[in-house]
Design a protein around this ligand. Structure first.
Ligand code: NAD
Length: 306
């Protein structure tokens, strides 16, 4: 039963836990018995400034309710320090929720290198550094659970968010590979595309919509995915928010197989272009192996029509 899921004696590291989704995760896991590292840099949603208040408030709230928590104020770019806080304080790390994030929205035409670099540093390098520091502990104890955070902006693109879209789709490839490398060690990694009311969304969505998108309504799926009872769902992408949960996956069209020789020309492709786009018999690839098989088959075909 989902409502019975507990996390006693486990240590959960939540990055960006000073507000929004991260705060909701931190409060939930502490209420279910976990030791929680409440990491937050405490800056603005554009990544300016720093402070201790955001993390401290959440730690105080957890402790006031009888839970166990410690604050960490490092940027996720220094993920090793965040994981060190977990190990120094609680002696272990079991679950990593890579959640911290910022926005630097601007049209691609006006994007500056600084807007691009900061977004990649926080989202891509930040998720990497935290997972990299936790990985040896996960492997050694043959147990680890990771949630990375993507976005609809990463999956589908979003006007004015080119830097963020690139950083967020990176979370998907990162997760898929962590899942493959972690499988042998009972390390499970999944990625969520949440939607929730927070300081990030309050300026772009109307209040009545935001009322239906509480961060608390993203938490239960995360709890299910990182619980020890989840031994199979790994490397998966979920969209979640406002009561909606759905898995996403790659879909490949039936596709066109041409002989790869001198008759393999742009004209030969155009002649059968509809096959490239034909999703009537879709496939759901999860690796490159079947792609390689297809290219071997191509050599057995007759020369292509021009
Ligand atoms: P939020 O701004 O409320 O929370 C993000 C937290 O991360 C903040 O408390 C911030 O101080 C912290 N943070 C920022 N940079 C940091 C750094 N370098 N190191 C440590 N902490 C840092 O926003 P949120 O909506 O709760 O977003 C949480 C995550 O969900 C983000 O990764 C965001 O991109 C993603 N997301 C949110 C939505 C949504 O609808 N809210 C949609 C898609 C993706």
């Amino acid at each position: 039963m989902v409502q019975d899921l507990r996390f006693d004696n486990q240590t959960v590291v939540v990055t960006g836990a000073g507000g929004g989704l991260g705060k909701a995760y931190a409060l939930f896991f502490a209420s279910r018995g976990a030791n929680v590292v409440v990491n937050d840099l405490g800056g603005s949603f554009k990544g300016e400034g720093a402070g201790t208040k955001a993390a401290d408030i959440v730690v105080d709230e957890i402790k006031a309710a009888g839970g166990k928590a410690v604050a960490n104020y490092d940027s996720v770019e220094n993920g090793d320090k965040i994981i060190k806080t977990a190990v120094d304080t609680f002696g272990r790390v079991d679950i990593l929720l890579n959640n911290a994030g910022i926005l630097r929205d601007i049209s691609f035409k006006n994007m500056k290198d600084s807007d691009w670099d900061l977004i990649q540093a926080v989202h891509v390098k930040g998720a990497y550094k935290c997972a990299r520091a936790a990985w040896p502990y996960f492997r050694k104890q043959k147990y680890g659970r990771v949630i990375n955070t993507t976005s609809a902006a990463g999956l589908f693109g979003s006007f004015g968010q080119c830097n963020y879209s690139a950083a967020k789709l990176a979370q998907v490839g990162f997760t898929e590979t962590l899942a493959k490398e972690g499988a042998k060690y009972n390390i499970i990694a999944n990625v969520i595309a949440p939607i929730a009311a927070s300081r990030m969304t309050e300026t772009v969505m109307p209040p009545d919509v935001l009322n239906n998108l509480k961060p608390d309504w993203v938490v239960p799926l995360v709890a299910v995915l990182v619980h020890s009872s989840n031994t199979h769902t790994s490397g998966a992408i979920f969209e979640v928010g406002g009561g909606h949960i759905a898995k996403l996956r790659w879909e490949r069209a039936k596709g066109l197989l041409l002989r790869a020789d001198e008759t393999y020309t742009p004209g030969a492709i155009l002649k059968k272009w509809d096959k490239v786009n034909d999703f009537s018999v879709p496939e759901y690839p999860t690796g490159v192996a079947d792609f390689v098989t297809k290219s071997e088959e191509s050599l057995k075909l007759p020369p292509n029509e021009q």
